[in-house]
Ligand binder design. Structure first.
Ligand SMILES: *Cc1c(COP(=O)(O)O)cnc(C)c1O
Length: 363
């Protein structure tokens, strides 16, 4: 079966280096927030082009900590989208604030800039901008709207490690940006991990206190911090893989070019790239009018195509019962048509062609 993502193959690509890095940590005896974490924070923040990096437990926690560091909580509203990993909205609820969803643009699956202003109220404190599937969102316009309205901009870069917008990496635009290193992401650990980045020294301090009991100094909590520490083993693995992130992204882009070339005459709508950006193809998401049948057909041919995401957050039971009803036409329409084709750096050309042939035989 050709998987949609394949963290095991990625581990096998760099096995020797990863095993060595893990072994070094094991034999050192410091397993949490040590030298590997500090070095990863330095190297990854430099890679993105931001001053400070704070390693945390997951992408969800990165968002939660970013919101709390800005003082966001009860009575506040945070604007985001509904077609994203549920974690984007979860972090807002965890902070005590209320998520407000804006519909998406059908070309790039991200926040529709024309619908953003209408969602801003006196309670709005922040925007979480998601660069979904590896495609940079319309950062410049949203940054402008955020500034005009005195809103914090937090970038959710969990699917866009290394993607660029007008020559700068995403994650370098917002007041804070949040990354997940879940194993299937473009930069993935062998367990859970995440990071918050910011240019602002004060916010960085706040984040690093929040991730460990609110400690400014040991045993003296100065805020309601909890435990969202990053461990040394994951940091060591990530440092190995970070060296290959750009080349791994190139391999994803190669696969995307095969799909785009060979499926251009198919009935599918293929992903587009925003002007002056680079897409890093965390996912290769097509739009199909016959999604369920196509998915089943691929499955029968040994190809697992997944759906990201089958149920928009505002229609999931917990969020539906909690939040006021919102009308998100494009989000709801696309949720029934989107399909993620297999894409990961180790996917072989011949496997991509198998995917293509299966689709061509279907349509
Ligand atoms: C994966 C993901 C998250 C959550 O990250 P975790 O590490 O799983 O907590 C948040 N937002 C988006 C867009 C994601 O893809």
């Amino acid at each position: 079966m050709i998987q949609c993502a394949n963290p095991l193959e990625q581990y096998n690509s760099y096995k020797q280096e990863i095993d060595q890095a893990i072994s070094k940590v094991l034999n050192k005896g410091n397993y949490i927030l040590g030298e590997e974490v500090s070095k990863l924070e330095e190297e990854f923040s430099r890679f993105i082009g931001v001053k400070h990096g704070i390693g945390v437990g997951s992408g969800t926690e990165a968002l939660h900590i970013a919101l709390k560091a800005c003082g966001i909580g009860s009575g506040d509203e945070v604007i985001t989208v509904s077609n994203t990993a549920v974690a984007t909205a979860t972090s807002i609820i965890l902070s005590g604030a209320q998520p407000v969803f804006v519909d998406i643009e059908s070309d790039f699956f991200s926040m529709d800039i024309n619908k953003l202003n209408a969602a801003i109220t006196r309670k709005t404190k922040a925007i979480i901008l998601v660069h979904l599937y590896g495609c940079p969102a319309e950062v410049e316009t949203i940054l402008k709207i955020a500034k005009e309205n005195n809103l914090v901009l937090i970038e959710d870069c969990a699917q866009a490690h290394g993607a660029t917008y007008k020559g700068k990496r995403v994650g370098s635009f917002g007041d804070l940006s949040c990354f997940s290193f879940y194993p299937t992401k473009n930069l993935g650990a062998l367990g859970d991990a995440g990071m918050v980045l910011t240019e602002d020294f004060k916010l960085a301090e706040e984040c690093s206190q929040l991730r460990e009991y609110g400690w400014k100094e040991r045993d003296s909590s100065s805020s309601l911090g909890w435990n969202s520490r990053l461990d040394e083993i994951q940091a060591a693995v990530l440092r190995v893989k970070l060296k290959y992130l750009d080349s791994d992204n190139k391999r994803r882009i190669n696969i995307s070019n095969i799909y785009k070339d060979k499926l251009k005459n198919s009935a599918l709508i293929l992903p587009k790239e925003r002007y002056d950006t680079s897409h890093v193809y965390h996912l290769f998401v097509v739009i199909s009018d016959d999604r369920e049948m196509l998915k089943r057909h691929l499955q029968e041919d040994g190809v697992f195509a997944n759906i990201h995401y089958p149920v928009p957050i505002h229609l999931q039971p917990f969020y539906k019962s909690l939040l006021p009803k919102t009308d998100l036409k494009i989000t709801e329409l696309l949720a029934n048509k989107i399909l993620s084709l297999p894409i990961y750096p180790e996917l072989k050309e011949i496997e991509a062609e198998r995917v293509v042939n299966s689709i061509i035989n279907f349509s």
